[in-house]
Design a protein around this ligand. Sequence first.
Ligand code: ADP
Ligand code: ZN
Length: 731
Amino acid sequence: MSGQEFFDHGERVAVLTTQPLDRLLDYRAPEGGCFLGAFVEVPLGPRKVIGVVWGPGTGDFDSAKLRKVIRVLEVAPMRGEMRQFLGRVADYTLTPMPAMLRLATRAPGLSDPPSMRKILRRGSGEPDRMTDARRRVLEAMEEYGGLAFTTAELAEAAGVTSSVVKGLVKSGALREEDTPRDQPFPKLDPELPGKVLTEEQADVAGKLGAGVASGQYGTTLLKGVTGSGKTEVYLEAVAACLRKGRQALVLLPEIALTAEFLTRVERRFGARPAEWHSGVTMTERRRVWKMTGQGAAQLVVGARSSLFLPFRDLGLIIVDEEHDTSYKQEDGVLYNARDMAVLRAAMCSAQVILASATPSLESWANAEAGKYTRLNLVSRFGPAVLPEMSAIDMRAEKLASQTWISPALKSAIQTRMERKEQSLLFLNRRGYAPVTLCRACGQQVACDHCDTRMVEHRFLKRLMCHQCGETKPMPEACPSCGVEGKMAAVGPGIERLAEEATSLFPEARIAVLSSDLFGSARALKQRIEEIAAGEADIILGTQLVAKGHNFPQLTLVGVIDADLGLQGSDLRAAERTFQLMRQVAGRAGRAEKPGQAMLQTFQPEHPVIRAILSGDEESFWKVEASERQAAGVPPYGRMAGIILSGPDVAQVFDLGNALARNDGALRQIGAQLFGPAPAPIARVRGRHRVRLLVKAPKGVALQDAISRWLAPIRLKGDLRLSVDIDPQSFY
Ligand code: ADP
Ligand code: ZN
């Protein structure tokens, strides 16, 4: 990057736009000049587009035809550190820069002038006539002295109509003032008292705080069982960051969780932090984006894309539940927020805390290798102890056909019912039944656009494709042979399990927690609160319940099918099952009452099931690590997935074969290429999908080789190609 920081009127500048072009565009700096990094509006053909001044102009464009930057937007220029970060992420994920810029400017109205709103202040005049209502308005004004009220807000606070307020403005007792609509976030106070930490917690908090205070880069894996106080402890690291006057970012995997977390932040620091996720309104998004840039948002709590906010001085990034797969963006720019958080922190001398009860093997290995510091919280806070874990050997249990709750599990639930405690039954399958088939011809109902089976959702009274979301009514007659009344549900989904639980325990209050049963995050949150308050005896849940929710009365967790995750060929199947089972089991016994977790399994001797039961995590990781090392797969080798898709299957394969024939660039670095092969889901939304897999030794320049390999490719027609570096899913 050049050293030039300012461009005078008329000088050539190179501008990066969000338009899908493969190069920067040259313009002349506008009147008044512009800074490097300035957000600008530029003409492009007949349109006006937004861009960022990326450096001096390249000069290979006829200067007579050079057009001028239309105007500089009224937002802080993009900092050098952010420009470099976007460049590094682009290089790592092989993403074109315009797409990176789109990711970094996902706030509406950035090009609008700062919008203003009218607020009221006490004026110098006195009301011509004092009424009771007018007095209340003036009192409310005084009572909330520091707050800026609009007319409507003040009327509401005083309990009067807005015409009363307007009358006071007319008489001069109040006056109107313009202020920017995007308000800074209220100050957080790190000096408010936190909880009294246990010795173990205080020790860990002290070390994390010292890391933050050093003002240098460092990553810490904070490993602690659920309920050990990881959150409590990392909030102290946030406090240390605030004391230093730097900004902090907490990444959370799920929106439904943020409400509880925001309340905790407010209790600790006296005010709510900024929030950034898909559930936040557009105006609030713009406010968060601008205020992080001005340093007027000290703490942001958000989903993965908050990593691309324009922080002015980021000193700490916390990745909570760092093993969570939702940190990997599976659409558009394929990045892993956990890994990119480490990259960003290294570039701005910040600390990273990766918190989890069940870390990813990647992070565990990085800690083993000494790249990350590892800190452990081994005991649960207070009297809570880890649940006792046991297997129910399903080969020995007698179950009626089309039922899934074993007699052993049933009697454990019965005991909880008598003690007025809660039970949780876990089944990671949405809907009523995973398969619908015709008993006359044996045909299964499949999606018309994807190579998947349709899943019956009895609650919605429809069949649904979990791949593309397409639904259709439950057919009376078989779509394939036409015989009526022979359609049958096969296997259990969470809704069907609810039916079984109801017939076993007709007197029980049964709650089903599955993401598709709630219209909004708010409805879900409310239901969770009701359950926590004791308004259910048996809770049935999918993946949703594995995370963070605290049910104090819950003392039994029954896993309906512990083998479910082990069946795939995914290289992380064992790791994921281990994490999920431990997370779910961790829901039991959070308060004074000890918990129990029972796993229904047909293979109790499977090494992964045994590791889950024994809780011997270190040996599980060691075995898993040595197997991956032997196979040369992540984290001991590199991988990249290439996904090709198109409407015509032969064309997609032709492209795949052409890529396989010309893999010299890959062979040069000692990488192997597998495929082309049909993807496990070979058709989605009518497009045929073909995968290639690149496997390379660790430490080679993988991205560079892939770029050289793909450079000659020109995609014809409707063909698409995407590269997934460090793939997490292989569907
Ligand atoms: P984790 O993030 O590891 O699951 P939390 O930080 O959420 O654990 O702590 C679990 C529960 O115990 C929370 O309700 C928390 O407020 C409480 N807790 C943890 N440590 C303390 C402490 N030192 N004093 C009081 N309450 C604590
Ligand atoms: Zn489909």
